[in-house]
Design a binder for this molecule. Structure first.
Ligand SMILES: [Mg+2]
Length: 117
């Protein structure tokens, strides 16, 4: 399995990478700082799972999500956001996200996510 972690905050990325590594060991984990880089890395590395922040410069999560799904319908996109309003959740689910999780993701939450996907 290959994973891509997308967030404009380096700290947030590293936090997800850390909890991910605790569960998946030495799986390949790529990182992107915005939606545009994420789409490019999806094309290049074909990850199976993408963690996607919503608020990012250049191209945000709402813009990146359909482009990611266009590359590969089977890709699992986990939206990780501080915005837990029902409207945001409905929107990302309609765009093809697997789930919408509130930031931050700790080790327990990560285990739940990995069991569900
Ligand atoms: Mg952000």
């Amino acid at each position: 399995m290959k994973y891509l972690v997308t967030d404009d905050s380096k700290l947030a990325r590293l936090s997800i990478v850390k909890s991910l590594k605790a569960h998946v060991g030495d799986a390949e984990i790529f990182q992107a700082e915005n939606g545009e880089v994420a789409v490019a890395l999806v094309k290049e590395h074909k990850p199976d799972v993408v963690f996607l922040d919503l608020t990012m410069p250049v191209l945000d999560g709402y813009g990146a999500l359909p482009l990611i799904k266009e590359c590969n319908q089977k890709i699992k996109v986990i939206v990780v956001s501080a915005d837990i309003q029902e409207q945001a959740k409905t929107k990302v689910m309609a765009l093809g996200a697997e789930m919408h999780i509130q930031k931050p993701i700790n080790a327990d939450k990560m285990q739940e996510i990995l069991e569900l996907i």
